[in-house]
Design a protein around this ligand. Structure first.
Ligand SMILES: Nc1nc2c(ncn2[C@@H]2O[C@H](COP(=O)(O)OP(=O)(O)OP(=O)(O)O)[C@@H](O)[C@H]2O)c(=O)[nH]1
Ligand SMILES: [Mg+2]
Length: 240
């Protein structure tokens, strides 16, 4: 491991069965040549060999890569919370979270970092000028728009793309979010953390991104997760 004090940018990738994507994604992120870049993959006991694929990559790049193998229960929110806490333990000045399926393209990482010159939280956004949702299935695009409308309206968030999991936080932002008390088990952690960031008065900026279909593997979104997401937003609004 390199000297942790030298860390400045830490990228967190939550994974559940992303074996088809993860090694290529890590390779592309490392190829961005961001000085002293660190990447941590937080895996929830994937059954497809994701963690083993990450371990093979760690053997090639031991200074830059880490793997956290979570214990059950699994959850995008629980993994995200662990990522926030891991970032606070590091000395990273900037913490980025992004999906492990290439929907979030590595080429946008430098743009998020550039935006951090004038904000505390940069959100990779499909719904600002220059951004787009390039997924082929119209039903998925409409679903995202509806979920976005619902969460943004109910939580009164000053952000166009509140479902985006491609975001960068400054250290100050991480500290003011108090991540140890984040409650969401699932993807609603995206709304919960944004809600806290807005309430804390942090400067939030959106950076246009092209969001694309996952490259390989399967989506983890299902009716149950969707329903839980709607419920969590209501809970946050009325029982904060
Ligand atoms: N650690 C962890 N990661 C998860 C979990 N669920 C999803 N993820 C990861 O979170 C990211 C987003 O999940 P996706 O399945 O891509 O969800 P999505 O982007 O809403 O759906 P698609 O657009 O269909 O891919 C991916 O990197 C997943 O592997 C989980 O329970 N634990
Ligand atoms: Mg995805």
């Amino acid at each position: 491991m390199s000297d942790p004090k030298a860390l400045s940018v830490l990228i967190m990738v939550p994974t559940l069965n992303e074996r088809e994507n993860i090694a290529a994604l890590l390779t592309e992120l490392l190829a961005l040549s961001i000085p002293a870049l660190q990447i941590v993959v937080i895996d929830d006991q994937s059954s497809d060999g994701t963690a083993e694929a990450v371990e093979r990559m760690i053997r090639l790049h031991p200074q830059a890569l880490r793997l956290i193998r979570r214990q059950p229960p699994p959850g995008r929110g629980l993994a995200g919370r662990e990522g926030f806490l891991d970032a606070l333990k590091s000395t990273a000045q900037y913490w980025i979270e992004m999906d492990g399926d290439f929907s979030h393209q590595p080429r946008h990482v430098p743009q998020l970092l550039e935006a951090m010159k004038s904000c505390d939280v940069a959100v990779g956004s499909r719904f600002v000028q220059g951004g787009c949702d390039g997924r082929k299935a119209a039903a998925r695009r409409w679903l995202t728009l509806a979920a976005n409308f619902y969460a943004r309206g109910l939580l009164n968030l000053p952000v166009a793309d509140v479902n985006s999991g491609f975001r960068c936080f400054s250290r100050k932002a991480l500290e003011s979010l108090a991540p140890q008390s984040l409650k969401s088990r699932g993807p609603s952690i995206l709304h919960e953390s944004l809600f806290r960031a807005a309430r804390a008065g942090l400067r939030i900026r959106e950076v246009p991104i092209e969001f694309v279909d996952r490259r390989g593997g399967e989506s983890k979104l299902n009716g149950l997760r969707l329903g839980a997401g709607f419920f969590w937003v209501l809970k946050m609004r009325y029982l904060p």
